[in-house]
Design a protein around this ligand. Sequence first.
Ligand code: UD1
Length: 430
Amino acid sequence: MDRIRIVGGAQLNGVIPISGAKNAALPLMIASMLTDETLQLHNVPRLADVAQLLRILSNHGLDHGVAGKRPGQSAVTGQSIRLRARDIIDTTAPYDLVSKMRAGFWVIAPLLARMGEARVSLPGGCAIGTRPVDLLLMALERLGAEIEIDGGYAHARAPKGLKGNDIVFPKVTVGGTHTALMAAVLADGTTVIENAAREPEVVDLANCLIAMGARITGAGTSQIVIDGVSRLNGAEYSVLPDRIETGTYAMAVAMTGGDVLLEGARPDLLQDALDTLQRAGVEITPTNEGIRIKRNGHGIEAVDVTTEPFPGFPTDLQAQFMALMTKARGTSMIRETIFENRFMHVQELARLGAHIRLDGDLAYVEGVPRLTGAPVMATDLRASVSLVIAALAADGETTVNRVYHLDRGFEGLEHKLSQCGAQIGRISGH
Ligand code: UD1
């Protein structure tokens, strides 16, 4: 298995291009199954999760073509993918495909909406708590689906088609909102989703569905209204920039010091995280090209953070922020409210010399003057990259094991960081 080797201490200076958002690209790709015409997506990141989802969708009969690189495009230019599900040939999403990524479960919505039937293995994904799908299934039931759980599969049926209805989520769920949206666009009548997720990726999905002919209003607010249509058409759509990648590199620069332009990044997608970094002493300047992140001379101040649904501080940046706080002046209190068990990076950060105490959903991070390199192990996607951030500012060498997690979510990580002066490289393993 590959490892990443980092020698800490170098400042980051230069330009980091921000890729298309993984968490937007995945639902957009799944939405392509709602039509028999072609959906062309641009700015799709080159990631293991994208490749895995293409395998899942192909199993249902989707054809896809990836446009080759053109002259002048850099190693990290996003890809353009044409997706066409002219015929759905199989409505089962099997365990060996879906268990590798949680978002794979969302195929249940377009399969059910278009074919009136879906049999989808209950999902896998990052090991960050139980992550049930009860709310996704509740949404489908509200639209008239009959659902049975049997042998590790959710079997959903709506032989007479789905019917619009009110769906009230008792808690904010991104996957639940995506699922409800994709099922409701082809349902008969009007659906109102209450307490909908307001994440930018939900807005991206809604905008793409609108481009495909869906009738949706209110995406980005907590009430989304969908008027069902009888069919959707093809479209061309570009994936929005990745706010989690943006925040991750912003925290890396805050950690090492330096001056980096995050090219193509949009501040409105992560204002809360940027405000938090500013309070910690980082200079942040939105420009026409992206967001410029700068920290020179002075150290980082401890700041408290609570993870929340959008527009609050994202859970997907919690581990990275904790890495930053390990070297801050003072003690920071970090509360995780979205996922239980999302502190698995704590033990590994401790191996680098961090002082962190856990108390339920709270982590107290007492800043230390220095971290020291060590072999560490990545446990999930965002946890792995938090170890990379800590390692960039640790004395000596760190090796991060099990980097397949990083390949699931960060396009060209070593390339992007080494272009800005980091000493980072991949050691191929078996
Ligand atoms: C998505 C993101 C993930 C991010 C998360 C929260 C993708 C591919 N993944 O995950 O990176 O961390 O949003 O911003 O976009 N829940 C239930 N029952 C359900 C569904 C969810 O109890 O049926 C709970 C979850 O356990 C969690 C909370 O709701 O505690 C939020 O989860 P959700 O927003 O659904 O996360 P995902 O869509 O899985």
